[in-house]
Design a binder for this molecule. Structure first.
Ligand code: NIG
Ligand code: FE
Length: 427
């Protein structure tokens, strides 16, 4: 039996405690900040959060972890990454800066296609070796639950290879890893060039890939890039309903650059999340609200693409849509593993309050992965997933932008990342 752990001497404990579901509207403004509190964990679960003196007296046998006047938060939930890729795509930055649009780079065979050509040349072991330090970097920025998508394989073997890498990472790392099948990230170039290629690729996705992904439980969710020039709304409906029938949850890359009815479809299908949404229409916002779909906003992507547009976060919150924030870590549009930087962009670009970006990165990120009953809160019964920060006030988290102030993170009570902690961990 593992030892009890007592996290003491935190300047603030940010609990995000409340009902085990997504936060909407004004609920997002309550991050649950406690002073003088300690957190007791045992067997990978939070047992109690309460006054430090009382918890210390009642649990003298616990191993103490000295937070040294830092801020303790739930471990962040990064509900949208594409961490399985080969080489970086830094050459596209300058092309965009010179005025070539993202979609034009893709039409010329760059973008996602470039990552697909590259990933197909690499073995499962090679991809694993590349992904492992990336996931450790995510943990070092306070993330304890991460969603990881396939989507740079786009063939049966290469998609399965990518998802096997995700499974191996989940077996080795303490952080919680949620796999998503994104075989519908693009129509591969070879299929685009054939007369009936689109239909053939849809059939490959539905009849060949999906049954294996479902049977081998290689994907918890199915995702699709539903955008003019990539998959249409009707194609997305067909793929996602097949995925739902096969037992997978539904996510969508929706209305990222153009309002094309993707959010409306997400609402209609009651998707777990619709992501991006920088171009979402008022009708799309209403559909998300009635579908109970989490809007996962990815402000790092629009910033990195050099766009001034950002998702209408305030309108989404006012319409009662739960908003989550994620990195979109990927080689093309968001090569960052820095979660606090996303919080900064949430405040400065999406104009959210600090409490709103914190709930967006914890409880609502958990809801975007259908994990709202397990992670995202420091409350009894939740997984002992915590992050400790070298700041004295939670408002400093988005303030010191670009900085690495995570001093430690734990998932299920096990250290994911330990940096400059004042105690020696004995696990
Ligand atoms: O979320 N928009 C689609 N997919 C990724 C980018 C993929 C890429 O450019 O490699 C995204 O931004
Ligand atoms: Fe993405």
């Amino acid at each position: 039996m593992s030892a009890k752990q007592l996290f003491v001497n935190a300047a603030q404990v940010v609990t995000c405690a409340g009902p085990a579901r997504a936060r909407r509207g004004a609920e997002m403004s309550d991050a649950g900040i406690l002073f003088g509190a300690a957190v007791l964990a045992h067997g990978g679960e939070i047992m109690a959060v309460g006054p430090q003196d009382a918890l210390r007296a009642a649990h003298e046998d616990a191993q103490t972890i000295d937070c040294d006047n830092g801020v303790l938060t739930p471990g962040f939930v990064d509900s949208h990454t594409h961490a399985i890729f080969g080489r970086a795509r830094y050459e596209e930055q300058e092309l965009r800066a010179a005025g070539v649009p993202y979609m034009e780079i893709a039409r010329q065979g760059g973008g996602i296609h470039a990552s697909v050509r590259d990933l197909r040349t690499r073995s499962e072991d090679a991809l694993y070796a590349l992904a492992l330090p990336r996931l450790k970097a995510l943990a070092a920025s306070g993330i304890t639950t991460v969603e990881v998508k396939s989507g740079y394989g786009l063939s049966l073997d290469d998609e399965i290879k990518s998802l096997r890498v995700v499974r191996r990472l989940a077996q080795v790392l303490p952080m919680r890893i949620v796999p998503t099948w994104l075989g519908a990230h693009e129509i591969p170039m070879d299929f685009r060039e054939r007369p009936n290629g689109r239909r053939e690729y849809l059939d490959l996705l539905i009849n060949d890939m999906l049954p294996i992904v479902a049977r081998e439980k290689l994907g918890r969710f199915a995702d699709i890039f539903c955008e003019p020039g990539v998959f249409t709304v009707n194609e997305s409906r067909e793929i996602l309903t097949s995925a739902r029938d096969a037992g997978l949850g539904i996510k969508m890359h929706a209305d990222e650059l153009t309002a094309g009815g993707a959010a409306e479809l997400a609402g209609e299908l009651r998707a777990t999340s619709a992501d991006h949404l920088a171009a979402v229409s008022p009708e799309g916002i209403s559909a998300l609200a009635s579908g109970g779909t989490v809007a996962t906003l990815l402000p790092g992507t629009m910033m990195f693409l050099g766009k001034t547009a950002q998702a209408p976060a305030r309108a989404l919150i006012e319409a009662g849509v739960p908003v989550a924030l994620a990195t979109d870590f990927n080689p093309g549009t968001s090569p960052t593993t820095n979660f606090p930087l996303i919080l900064t962009l949430g405040v400065s670009q999406l104009r959210l309050s600090v409490a709103e970006v914190i709930t967006a990165g914890t409880v609502n990120g958990a809801a975007a992965l259908a994990l709202a009953g397990e992670v995202g809160q420091l409350a009894p019964g939740f997984s002992a997933d915590l992050a400790l920060w070298d700041v004295q006030d939670v408002r400093e988290l988005p303030y010191w932008y670009g900085a690495g102030r995570c001093r430690g993170s734990w998932a299920r009570g096990k250290p994911c990342h330990v940096h400059d902690l004042a105690v020696t961990l004995t696990t």
